[in-house]
Design a binder for this molecule. Structure first.
Ligand SMILES: NC(=O)c1ccc[n+]([C@@H]2O[C@H](COP(=O)([O-])OP(=O)(O)OC[C@H]3O[C@@H](n4cnc5c(N)ncnc54)[C@H](O)[C@@H]3O)[C@@H](O)[C@H]2O)c1
Length: 360
């Protein structure tokens, strides 16, 4: 069985200007772009030392002192690649030229007010902007999506995502200041992927909790349930995401899995990255179409391979204005709306079963 695992990489390369020189740029953006032969020509970070070290390590020619300088210097025909804390995104976008091509890291703001602000800036400045929701482009996600589009799974009725891992939250110091955390910074990847697989949910229910290991974080474990109504074939369709990030007892009982269950087949895969972040444990993908489980060898992982897809989409869009990326800011805004709906539900009390207890 052949499942397509790579995005369309047949693009005319454009130079890339990186705004942000943090962990995600070092561990995922630059390795993915190097793999494709795409050149990052300049970098700006408010921490100049960090930008300078990164530039030296990766042969980036120019370290800018300001956003204004990175805009003015070097090629004008370029992709701006933003990887700054989400609350800084809108302010950076305002300093870019009108109609600039911009790929911004997820989330599209730390809350819905910021998402609306980013949406407004993109519209006002007519930015050709998309959000880097790259889990959609990870080799295992593309393989699962290909199995689905080849009809191998039949009618997709269930998407189940379970992440039970140890996540080193302390490496992102900005998260402690964020008014919200787990759903908007982590589970958002899964909510976005689920939208790519199933479309728009009709309703969402959610909980999000603190954990004693990270008392300063707003929340670090969540559960999000979504209902997609009835499929064209008349089946009820649902999805759920359950995450726990404080399992500090080794890899043995860690889980980081996505299951797609259809009426004719199922695909299950492991996202090893979450299990030993950012180094990553092994991934695997298995498919069963009624004749037993078949292992599909994977052609790469979330880091860095998935990061090729969103950038390739930007370069394709530059060459063909009708080729809007699937994570265009209007689409990404809907993922933010789903996140907002999840937080709204999480803040709403559930049904207390004690009301059904016998009265004394
Ligand atoms: N899989 C993923 O898609 C993924 C994974 C990790 C992080 N991220 C996202 O990437 C962004 C950055 O995360 P990170 O892991 O690199 O964090 P990081 O803390 O390692 O780096 C953030 C960098 O941004 C710089 N910065 C802050 N404000 C800035 C501004 N106004 N202009 C320029 N630089 C600024 C900081 O100095 C720092 O170097 C976050 O939004 C995060 O959600 C995405």
């Amino acid at each position: 069985m052949t499942l397509r695992q790579h995005p369309d990489l047949a693009v005319t390369p454009l130079p890339i200007k990186s705004i942000g020189a943090g962990g995600i740029v070092k561990h995922a953006h630059l390795p993915a772009y190097a793999m494709c032969g795409w050149q990052v020509v300049s970098v700006f970070d408010i921490d100049k030392q960090r930008a300078t070290v990164l530039a030296k390590e990766h042969g980036i020619e120019h370290v800018a002192e300001t956003v204004e300088e990175i805009v003015k210097t070097g090629p004008q025909d370029c992709v701006y690649d933003l990887a700054v804390p989400a609350k800084a995104t809108a302010a950076v976008l305002r300093q870019l030229p009108d109609e600039a091509l911009v790929l911004m890291q997820k989330p599209m703001g730390e809350d819905f007010t910021q998402a609306q602000e980013i949406h407004e800036v993109c519209l006002t400045k007519r930015l050709r902007a998309a959000v880097n929701f790259q889990l959609r482009s990870a080799p295992y996600s593309l393989a699962a999506r290909d199995a689905l589009s080849q009809g191998l799974l039949g009618d997709l009725v269930e998407v189940d995502i379970k992440v039970h891992v140890h996540t080193p939250w302390a490496i992102w110091s900005f998260l402690e200041l964020s008014p919200r955390m787990e759903i908007v910074y982590h589970s958002i990847h899964y909510l976005d992927l689920i939208r790519a697989l199933l479309g728009e949910p009709q309703w969402v229910k959610a909980t999000t909790h603190k954990h004693p290991a990270s008392p300063k974080l707003h929340s670090s474990r969540s559960a999000v349930l979504m209902d997609f109504g009835t499929s064209a074939e008349g089946n009820q369709v649902r999805a759920q995401v359950v995450t726990y990030h404080a399992h500090d007892y080794g890899l043995k009982h860690q889980t980081s899995r996505i299951a797609l269950e259809g009426t004719k087949g199922a695909v299950h895969f492991q996202m090893g990255l979450n299990m030993d972040y950012p180094t990553g444990a092994p991934d695997w993908l298995e498919i069963n179409t009624g004749e037993g489980w078949q292992n599909i060898p994977l052609e790469g992982s979330w880091f860095p391979h998935a990061f090729r897809g969103p950038m390739a989409a930007m370069m394709r869009w530059a060459a063909d204005p009708s080729a809007k990326p699937d994570t265009h800011f209007e689409d990404a805004f809907r993922t933010m709306a789903l996140v907002e709906a999840a937080y709204e539900d999480a803040a709403t009390p559930g049904v207390d079963p004690r009301r059904y207890w016998p009265r004394p």
